[in-house]
Design a protein around this ligand. Structure first.
Ligand SMILES: Cc1ncc(COP(=O)(O)O)c(C=O)c1O
Length: 394
């Protein structure tokens, strides 16, 4: 099997599995218990917090462990909104192609009276900093823009966005779920006030994430109960998962220079190979994208059929985000970069990592070419295009 869906989830690293097993077998106490077995679990938890903090340039007390990226996004945005509401600032800026964990939270706030501005991400899938600056108003309380997009992998100018927010005294949250462990991020250098991350995107376990919140920003709990996470996130901590997440993150940061070089070379070869398919187009900026992300539209085919046939050939890929696959709506990300419905339906995301070999890359190119050709063979849309009854878009 060739696994090319790392944006959906990654395989846990051996180190992360070993750490998790060790904590589950040996140090399974409750970190809130006062006896030594509990205190050992507490020590592991605090050690993990230090590791995570060091990986992004934060202080340990600025890290809150969560159940993943969605929870971290919700908590960050709801907390910033609460601060805004208190100060009579009810305007939030985001972008049109954020993850639903962000967009749906913003929709909820809109119903509560907040004004939401969604910035255009243009054809290349990038926010333009000057457009962000122009959108900031006196009552703007939050800018939330993702560091890297989960479908098309485009990397936003986070540092510049953060600088603008600082200049205008507006909080800046970034959903860095796809970015952490894949590209360098430093919350101080990048002017980030709040950041969400999820361990299963960097070879850690599922159901574990963290939220960085700058120490001067007031965080509100989403979950009420015990005093865990300094009263900001009730519930007995998932110590084995958290310890494994911290080790996976340090491993990913350690490997990053080599990973970035070798994986982006394979990505570029994939892009060059798929570009040879007539009436196809890459989605998002070709270079300002995550090292492992390739996303294409092919005119005249359905992404779902393409995926199933690739699966038959042993290639695991995606046509959009895992959350929208299974739904007939085209991806909101592809619509946001201006793809029309028909074309957006024929999309393919290959998100690779270092496990994919050069031979795998060639096999993927040949397989996609073959399957696209085959599907076009009996596509009524393709027939209309070739017979001149419809205009080509790509
Ligand atoms: C950009 C982005 N944000 C948030 C999430 C949600 O993370 P989790 O699955 O850990 O809740 C994802 C997951 O796909 C994502 O890609």
């Amino acid at each position: 099997m060739i696994y090319a869906d790392n944006a959906a989830t990654t395989k846990m690293s051996d180190k992360a599995i070993d750490t998790m097993m060790k904590v589950m077998k040996e140090d399974w106490g409750n970190p809130s218990s006062l006896y030594s077995h509990g205190q050992k679990a507490k020590e592991i938890l605090e050690e993990a917090r230090k590791k995570v903090a060091s990986a992004i340039g934060a202080e340990p007390r600025e890290i809150y462990f969560t159940s993943g990226g969605s929870e971290a996004d919700n908590q960050a945005i709801m907390s910033a909104a609460a601060i805004g509401r208190k100060n009579g600032k009810m305007h939030i800026i985001s972008s049109a192609f954020e993850h639903h964990a962000v967009l749906h939270t913003l929709e909820k706030l809109e119903k509560e009276g907040f004004e939401i501005t969604l910035l255009d991400v243009h054809e290349n899938g990038l926010v333009v900093p000057s457009e962000l600056e122009a959108a900031i108003k006196d009552n703007t309380c939050l800018v939330t823009i993702m560091a890297a997009n989960n479908e098309i992998g485009t990397i936003q100018p986070v540092r510049e966005i953060g600088e603008i927010c600082r200049k205008h005294g507006v909080l800046f949250h970034t959903d860095a779920v796809q970015a952490i462990g894949h590209i360098p991020i430093n919350v101080v250098l990048d002017n980030i006030d709040m950041l969400s991350s999820s361990a299963h995107k960097f070879h850690g376990p599922k159901g574990v994430g963290f939220l960085y919140v700058k120490k001067t920003v007031r965080l509100n709990p989403l979950i009420e109960g015990g005093a865990q996470e300094r009263g900001k996130r009730a519930g007995t901590e998932n110590v084995p998962g958290i310890a494994a997440a911290a080790d996976a993150l340090l491993e990913a940061i350690d490997k990053m220079p080599e990973y970035s070089y070798s994986v982006s070379k394979k990505r570029d070869r994939l892009i060059a190979g798929l570009k040879e398919i007539p009436h196809s187009a890459i989605n998002g900026d070709e270079k300002k994208r995550l090292p492992g992300n390739v996303n294409f539209c092919f005119e005249g085919i359905e992404g779902e059929s393409l995926l199933l046939l690739l699966d038959d050939k042993g290639i695991q890929a995606s046509s959009g985000s895992a959350c929208t696959s299974g739904s007939l709506d085209p991806s909101h990300v592809l619509l946001a970069i201006g793809r029309v419905h028909d074309v957006a339906h024929g999309s393919l995301r290959l998100s690779i990592d270092e496990d994919v070999s050069d031979d795998d890359v060639e096999y993927m190119i040949d397989s996609v070419k073959e399957v696209v050709d085959y599907l076009r063979g009996f596509s009524p849309v393709w027939r209309d295009l070739t017979e001149g009854k419809r205009e080509y878009i790509l």
